[in-house]
Ligand binder design. Structure first.
Ligand code: 7TS
Length: 421
């Protein structure tokens, strides 16, 4: 298991490890019961739970500060604007972007990809041009590109995966050519957990003059990301998968791209001046932020990043790796179980199928035992097709999960086997 970590944000006591018992007390929902059983929440790739610090940040914002931003001279508006803009700087630091203006607030990863497709993508793509995605993309990093390619007469090309769930880099190399305009790949797979060699992939794409968008939705909760080191043109993630609220997401873009890209949605805030004859646009990032945003969500995202960085991403990665190894070995002992996604470099996601049992039945029986997993195609149907599966069951782990919860999963799977014997 290897995560690339940098010297940035190094926590002094990696060797001390995390204390999940103490951490769990910060997450009120983790102490609730479902169907009379203690909750084992193993669906973190769908969305993560929120620590009290994030819940308090939302509540504090509405109790103390709420006002619209960027437009009022009154104190609340100034304070709300300052808090929101402080989050932009917080995210800049988190991604190690060069400047805060490279951070665009959006609703989600989905919106970030659509924004890039409809602005940068729309302006550079012509008939016969090519966009490369991979076989393991979430639908939100396929469909926006497919729609754009259809409209522009461009071609969508696909990097294949190996049986273990790794991207085939030699095939990727063959796909790159002078017509390649954009490469859009996921940093970490939401189904397989594979950590893709994105630094190298960016370099290869740049060698052919293509822009690179990285989908970081499943990466940022698990490993340190440095956009300068990756040298990607765009990087996206969703607040809700990183212990923050829903409805707030981040698009990082290199300044020179953001500056030259046309706006996305028209409206208030994204303009400098409007008349019926001519409208001039605001500077990035405001050019891409029309309308009143999710201010509370933004402010609380900063609290989520503070929480995660206080734990230390290297300690989180070390703990999750250890839990992943434990879960991999425990699940491998369940007879008839097959793990889907066995790349050597993985984040804490385990997809699996069980002989003869439909994943939805598995999920339903596990739910009655208090174990929450996701079943289905995980919005990655082309990947499911590759494995010849309609669906998998997926346990996705966070730093607050424990070995006991993995044991509860395995006990639940034994019950599933009893039902289907
Ligand atoms: N990209 C990846 C890699 C994802 O895993 C997801 C959501 C998205 C993009 C879209 O994020 P959104 O916040 O815009 O919806 N993945 C999942 C999942 O695996 N289960 O539920 C949602």
């Amino acid at each position: 298991m290897s995560f690339s970590t940098t010297a940035r944000n190094h926590h002094p006591c990696v060797s001390e490890g995390l204390n999940p018992g103490r951490i769990r007390r910060d997450f009120p929902i983790l102490s609730r019961k479902v169907h009379g059983k203690p909750l084992a929440y193993l669906d973190n790739a769908a969305t993560s739970q929120k620590p009290q610090q994030v819940i308090d940040a939302v509540s504090r914002y509405y109790s103390r500060t709420n006002a619209n931003i960027q437009r009022g001279v009154h104190l609340l508006s100034v304070q709300a604007t300052d808090a929101y803009e402080a989050t932009r700087e917080r995210v800049r630091k988190f991604l190690n972007a060069t400047r805060a203006e490279e951070i665009v607030f959006v609703r989600s990863t989905t919106e970030a990809v659509n924004l890039v497709a409809q602005t940068a993508g729309r302006s550079i793509l012509g008939p016969g041009d090519e966009v490369i995605v991979s076989r393991m993309e979430h639908h939100s990093n396929i469909v926006p590109w497919q729609m754009l390619c259809q409209e522009k007469g461009a071609r969508l090309r696909v990097i294949p995966v190996s049986g273990r769930g790794e991207l085939l880099l030699d095939e990727y190399e063959k796909l790159l050519n002078p017509r390649t305009r954009i490469v859009a790949v996921t940093h970490v797979s939401n189904v397989l957990g594979t950590v893709n060699p994105v630094r190298k992939m960016v370099e290869m794409a740049h060698g052919h003059g293509a822009l690179v968008l990285l989908d970081g939705a499943q990466a940022v909760p698990h490993l340190e990301v440095d956009v300068q080191e990756l040298d990607c043109d765009f990087y996206c993630f969703s607040g809700h998968k990183i212990y923050g609220p829903t409805g707030i997401g981040i698009l990082y873009g290199k300044w020179n791209h953001l500056e030259s890209m046309p706006p996305y949605q028209g409206g208030g805030e994204m303009i400098r001046s409007v008349s019926f004859e001519k409208t001039t646009y605001n500077e990035p990032p405001h050019k891409f932020e029309g309308g009143t945003p999710n201010i509370a969500g933004g402010v609380a995202l900063a609290a989520a990043l503070d929480y995660l960085e206080n734990l230390g991403l290297d300690r989180v990665a070390a703990y999750e790796n250890e839990l992943l190894e434990y879960a991999t070995s425990r699940l491998s002992q369940v007879s008839g179980l097959r793990l889907i996604g066995t790349a050597p470099s993985k984040a804490a996601v385990l997809s699996f199928v069980l002989d003869e049992v439909h994943p939805h039945d598995m999920g339903t029986i596990l739910d009655l035992e208090g174990v929450a997993i996701r079943t289905g195609h995980h919005c990655a149907q082309p990947l499911m097709d590759y494995y010849g599966l309609p669906a998998t069951a997926r346990a996705s782990l966070a730093f607050y999960n424990t070995r006991e919860e993995i044991d509860a999963l395995c006990r639940g799977l034994e019950k599933v086997m009893e039902v289907f014997e």
